[in-house]
Design a protein around this ligand. Structure first.
Ligand SMILES: [Zn+2]
Length: 264
């Protein structure tokens, strides 16, 4: 797996004596969670994992050197059952995913680490991340944090339609890969599919509405794409990467400074 994580912040490059010497109170460990799943005809299965590593790696580069923040190896497999039926999707169940996070939390707690970030870049994992951040706090006393996607940047330049409904293998994901691993993007194989019109009012939508239906990709997007990759450019991808890395770095810095104990 390609990695953009700076070597000095790669937890798995340390030996156990070096890990044992880390300050337990202040060390912030980041557990990346993503997916191996279909991303249309033009992007690789590892898209969410590559984007996670790309954004996190660039964010870590921006942190002050003295801040003890380390990236754990990623959980590559996610809850991707919405993409079952497309060859290559490797999904784990919700209970398996949560069990893996629980076991990793138990391992870190047994080594007396205190601060853990769950950094997720696959939408199908999002609700489980929020559950597990609270459960790891309750069960092991870990000070846990949840961090999602690009850290809330506005993606200037995206159309309102793509902003609302370009959420899988659309312009953003394609641009980020064009900016980082263009050799993995097949520009001759773009397909376009929107699952709803941002201007149309409807009682029941698959996303972004008070009333939704549970969807499987094969029900709503035969190519696997939800969005329009055609306007994607490496230039926009590089700009969004820089903006996201800045936001994520600010969030990680706030987490690193967040007190472990509640002030009395
Ligand atoms: Zn994706």
């Amino acid at each position: 797996m390609k990695t953009w994580i700076p070597d000095g912040r790669n937890f798995s490059y340390l030996n156990w004596k070096q890990v044992d010497a880390l300050p337990r109170e202040s060390t912030l460990l980041v557990l990346p969670t993503a997916a191996i799943e279909q991303h249309g005809h033009h992007l690789p299965l590892a898209t969410d994992t590559l984007i996670n590593n790309l954004l996190l790696g660039h964010a870590l580069q921006k942190l002050p050197a003295e801040l003890p923040v380390y990236a754990l190896p990623p959980v590559h497999y996610g809850k991707s059952n919405e993409h079952i039926g497309f060859a290559g999707t490797l999904a784990v169940s919700a209970s398996t995913f949560m069990a893996v996070l629980r076991d990793l939390g138990a391992s870190l707690a047994s080594a007396r680490f205190q601060k853990l970030v769950l950094y997720n870049t696959h939408g199908g994992n999002t609700s489980l991340i929020d559950v597990m951040a609270r459960d790891l706090r309750a069960e092991f006393g870990l000070r846990t944090f949840a961090l999602h996607g690009s850290g809330g940047i506005s993606f200037e330049g995206l159309s309102p339609q793509e902003h609302a409904y370009g959420f899988h293998a659309g312009e953003v994901e394609t641009a980020l890969l064009l900016a980082s691993v263009p050799e993995l993007v097949d520009r001759s194989a773009y397909t376009v599919n929107y699952i709803a019109d941002v201007n149309a009012s409807a009682e029941l939508l698959p996303e972004n509405a008070p009333a939704t239906f549970a969807w499987l990709t094969r029900d709503i997007a035969s190519s696997g794409v939800m969005g329009d990759p055609r306007p994607a450019t490496a230039e926009n991808g590089a700009r969004w990467l820089e903006q996201a890395a800045t936001k994520l770095a600010a969030a990680l810095e706030a987490m690193a400074h967040y007190p472990n104990q509640r002030p009395s």
